[in-house]
Structure formats: C-alpha cells, structure tokens
Design a protein around this ligand. Structure first.
Ligand SMILES: Nc1ncnc2c1ncn2[C@@H]1O[C@H](COP(=O)(O)OP(=O)(O)O)[C@@H](O)[C@H]1O
Ligand SMILES: [Mg+2]
Length: 248
C-alpha cells in the first residue's frame, strides 16, 4: 500500500482537483484506491457524491481500525472508496499534537486500514501543522499543485525549507503546475524560472486553467468522465502516469 498526499500550504491551488482526478486515474490504471478527505470542508467527498459523516463526534475514530473501516464509503466507481470529511477533522491538528509519537500516528492508522488498497490518496487542508507533519511522514509521495505566480513560488520554497529544517526527505515532493495559462507572460516566466531553480522537485506536468475542472462541481465527477478527450483530462492522465512511476 502506497500513500499519496495532495498537499500545499496554500488554499485554492488545485489540491482537491488533483486528489479527485488522480484517485480516479489510478483506479482506471487498475489500482484499488481509498481517497481520504482530510479537509473538513469536504470538497472531494462532494465531488464523489459522498455525504460528510455527521455521526463521528471525535477524531479518535481514525485510530480505531473497526470504526475507521466503518466510516469508509463506496463511490460510483468500483475499487474507489472514500473516507468522507467530517467535522472532527477541524480539530485533528490539536488532537494529533497531543498524542504520543504524534508525528507517526497517521501513518500507523493508514497502514492498518489500507491493506485492502493499493494506494491511499490524502486530500489535505492547507497549512503547516501537526497534521501536515503527519502527512509528510506517512506519504510515499506528496503532490504539490503550484499556480505559476510569484507567491506560489514562494510558498513552494517555504515547503522545501521546512523539509530541510526538519530533515525530511525532499524527494517525496512532486510539484506540478496548476491552473497554468500559456497566454500569461507571468505564468510562462514563472514556469521557466522554477524549472531552472527546482527542476528536481517538479514533474513535467502543467494542468491548464480549464472550465472543465470547474465543471466538476456541476457533474460531481472526475473530469475524465465527462470531458475525457480534452486538455485538463490529458494533463491529469499525465500526472497519474508520473505518480505511478514514482510510487513504483
Ligand atoms: N485547472 C483548473 N482550472 C480552472 N479552475 C480550477 C482548476 N483547478 C481548480 N480549479 C478551481 O479552483 C478552485 C480551487 O480548487 P481546489 O482544487 O478546490 O483547490 P484546493 O483544494 O487547493 O483548495 C475550485 O473552484 C476549482 O474548481
Ligand atoms: Mg481542497
């Protein structure tokens, strides 16, 4: 079982879009996939038509195999299951930071539950916190969407610095460009500069800014299911291929 996180310390950059489309792509590639929606806003649960769980009252469920397993829901697609978001994830950070061996808790929980899956995809909320440290430790690879602008470049560099300072393996970081617009000089310039400065940490993928991705909210399904022959779907396919290669 491999763990793939979709993470950025910035919000609104395309983490959820990547989690949903890559989870679907991996499943189409024959993998059994569990998508954990760790963001209490529940966007990836929404895209897969799975309701957030209201029954769960505290985050302890996550560390109890039987309760975690019971919280998992099927999606419209075989071999693609969802752990829907729930309100206890609002306090997941505080909860994790109070636990013993707090940095490896997530990894332990996922290893126990994840045996029935080939890949567990984590759709993460945006911040650097106990939860993120758990995610960094647990993950085999971390997909980081980068909108090619100055601020996003800075955020990406902050993430790399965090890995340096905490002695974390930077090779897990797989940056890719998100919402890229070839008509914008700033985007093109930032992509070139970042490839020169951070080439090793970047996949050669740019998901274009595309209405098809926004329409996922209308269709409540991955892009490939309703716009499979179009550029955004092709970009997510490329992302999936790179991820599969990296996960081995
Ligand atoms: N490639 C894209 N093109 C156009 N809109 C996008 C693209 N990726 C994401 N979006 C839109 O941007 C918003 C934020 O995307 P989302 O994936 O939810 O980001 P995050 O999970 O990082 O907060 C959503 O409204 C989504 O529809
Ligand atoms: Mg999100």
């Amino acid at each position: 079982m491999k763990i793939l996180a979709c993470y950025s310390n910035k919000g609104g950059v395309g983490k959820t879009a990547a989690a949903v489309n890559v989870a679907y792509g991996l499943r189409r590639a024959g993998k059994r996939v569990l998508l954990c929606d760790l963001d209490p806003q529940g966007a990836s649960s929404f895209y897969f038509r799975v309701k957030p769980s209201k029954k769960l009252k505290d985050a302890r469920f996550f560390f109890d195999v039987a309760r975690f397993t019971r919280a998992i829901r099927g999606s419209d697609f075989e071999d693609l299951d969802i752990l829907p978001a729930n309100m206890t994830f609002r306090n997941f950070d505080v909860f994790l930071s109070r636990m013993k061996n707090s940095r490896s808790r997530l990894q332990k929980a996922l290893k126990k539950v994840g045996n029935e899956y080939d890949v567990v995809v984590l759709d993460c909320p945006p911040n650097i916190s106990s939860l993120s440290e758990n995610v960094f430790k647990a993950s085999d690879a971390i997909l980081v969407p980068i909108i090619p602008t100055t601020l996003s470049e800075r955020t990406f560099e902050q993430l790399i610095e965090f890995f340096d300072e905490h002695d974390l393996p930077k090779k897990k970081i797989l940056g890719f460009f998100s919402m890229a617009q070839a008509s914008k000089k700033l985007h093109v310039g930032t992509i070139d500069k970042m490839k020169a400065d951070h080439g090793k940490r970047l996949l050669d993928v740019a998901v274009p800014f595309a209405t098809d991705v926004e329409k996922m909210g209308v269709h409540r399904a991955p892009v490939a299911t309703f716009a499979g022959s179009r550029p955004a779907a092709a970009a997510y396919d490329a992302l999936c291929r790179d991820v599969l290669e990296r996960l081995g």
